[in-house]
Design a protein around this ligand. Sequence first.
Ligand code: 3PG
Length: 210
Amino acid sequence: MRDLVSSICKGAKVIPVVVIENVEDAVPLARCLVDNGLPAVEVTLRTPAALDAIKAIVNEVKDCIVGVGSILSEEQLKASIDAGAHFGVSPGTSETLLNALKATDWPFLPGSGTVSEMMTLREAGFQELKMFPASIVGGVGMLKAVSGPVGDISFCPTGGVKPENAEEYLSQKNCFAVGGTWIAPLADVNAKNWDAIAERAKAASKLGQA
Ligand code: 3PG
């Protein structure tokens, strides 16, 4: 039985999506996010440093719930599980990746952008999906539209989610969390601008509480 990402993330409403280019930034970044109210983070596999960054956070920031994002292949799925991460995320769903996912019960948010993908993933047993790129595939309107036909699926929309629209996403009954890069953009991470990230994390931690 696969645990739900929403329960792994202890109900966190905002999951920062981060890109880490320098391994040394991983622990201070995760510490900053957790200390400012965001216990879960999605570290994308978009840089050579990503897996080492994930391992560093898993080993050194024990109160951080570490997700691995941008998983595209079976190899990346295995490497992410081996790194000790708590859950995985993919931007979309290929047949190969779906078959690999069926062979494990590792908590996972597969990406979906169409009703057909939602149906395929639902049939594969997933109750929670990433909706990506959310603003392009219809945003809040898409969530509302699918809440009837696939009403037992809950989403984490990412892609174009910002402080200005996050609350509207989170007020939908089929949206358990949102994700995005606005909290810790790469430029701020590379500049070790922890104060700016802390401010945005604090504000983001208040979203979805109404
Ligand atoms: C992701 O991988 O979820 C996206 O890169 C996040 O998109 P954003 O930059 O629009 O927040």
